[in-house]
Design a protein around this ligand. Structure first.
Ligand code: PHE
Length: 357
């Protein structure tokens, strides 16, 4: 670019003009802002093409100086205009490229917000409580840390009973324990209110147990109805109605003789298997029936202990596991899903990967 000047003034002016137009062309094609900056330095920098020319002005005769000076100023204006034009274009190109690279598809629908929802266990509890409240049961609470008296002794569960063993029950250092069922609330209600009463106790219970159908903590609903004419027939009608309403189906319900220390007679209640409709499958172990709760008429020993006349009063009691009922209703294959807080499960408890086969 700074080739020594030679030849006639006309030739020199011509050469300068073509050098400038070549430079302008390079500016217009500069591939990057860095290249553009280098071009600018080479042309306008302190030791650049134009500066050298301007410095040479001093040696010219005054008339010549003004002419050449004006020409050089025109060149500078051209160069500056082209540079700023190219700079803008390069910046715009860069922006386009970055946006394309970000692969932003402005036509995609937004992600939106998912509304919260009630946990499947809470939903089941709400349903159960509503069904029993409609039948006159009044919700009550009891402590989760119980004494042996309320959890066992008053329920006619003798000291040598296996449920009391260390490997079945969580004991505190002071001898109290985490209640193993909601039945102690029966005792507390009888102590505090006395008959007649119709109570429902919902809450957490604890047992040393853990597998796909057992957790060390789970939920039970306990019912106790003591009045002067409560019968086993009444118990059957009540539980059959409630179970059918809970499952929203006319399920077969059967009462199977069983044993609990605090009821006499006692019955375990089964519903027809909701998976195979009674044909026999893996979940019902081929029997066609699923056990869903324990029940019976209150054992006279409980009344006597509390000074209540067993000839005057009769009562029915039942206890059901909320997790179990919910697993059957929502077809959940593993009890642990309830506590994982995995949104995929919570949004669809009966969804593909969670169902029993
Ligand atoms: N408490 C019993 C259990 O946890 C269930 C039950 C309650 C049975 C009331 C009969 C009457 O297994």
């Amino acid at each position: 670019m700074d080739a020594p000047a030679s030849g006639t003034p006309e030739e020199e002016i011509e050469r300068e003009r073509s050098q400038i137009s070549a430079a302008l062309e390079r500016i217009r094609r500069a591939p990057s802002l860095e290249d553009l900056e280098a071009e600018k330095v080479a042309l306008l920098g302190r030791r650049g093409f134009l500066s050298e020319k301007l410095r040479a002005l001093g040696a010219l005769p005054p008339a010549e100086r003004a002419r050449v000076g004006a020409r050089l100023n025109d060149h500078r204006a051209d160069i500056e205009r082209e540079i700023s034009g190219r700079r803008l274009a390069l910046k715009e190109e860069g922006r386009e490229r970055r946006l394309r690279a970000a692969a932003l598809d402005a036509t995609l629908p937004g992600r939106g917000r998912r509304p919260g929802a009630v946990h499947p266990l809470s939903r089941a509890i709400d349903d159960i409580v509503r069904l029993f409240q409609a039948r006159g049961f009044v919700p009550v609470d009891g402590p989760e840390i119980e004494d042996e008296e309320h959890n066992f002794t008053a329920l006619n569960i003798p000291p040598e009973h296996p449920a009391r063993a260390m490997h079945d029950t969580f004991y505190l250092p002071d001898g109290r324990l985490l209640r193993t069922h909601t039945s102690p609330v029966q005792i507390r209600a009888l102590e505090e209110q006395g008959p007649p009463l119709r109570i429902l106790a919902v809450g957490r219970v604890y047992r040393r147990d853990a597998d796909v159908t057992h957790m060390p903590m789970f939920h039970q609903v306990e019912g106790l109805w003591v009045d002067d004419r409560v019968t086993f027939a009444g118990l059957k009608g009540l539980l059959t109605d409630v179970l059918r309403a809970f499952f929203a189906r006319e399920l077969p319900v059967r009462f199977r003789p069983s044993y609990f220390p605090f009821t006499e007679p006692s019955a375990e209640v089964d519903v027809g298997c909701v998976f195979c409709e009674g044909a026999g499958c893996r979940v019902c172990k081929g029997s066609g029936w699923l056990e869903v709760l324990g029940s019976g008429l209150v054992h006279p020993a409980l009344y006597r202990r509390l000074g209540i006349d067993p000839e005057r009063w009769s009562g029915l009691a039942f206890g059901l596991g909320v997790e179990r009922l919910t697993m059957l209703r929502e077809r959940v294959s593993d009890i642990r899903y309830f506590y994982d807080n995995d949104l995929r499960f919570l949004r669809s408890p009966g969804g593909e990967s969670y169902v029993c086969d």
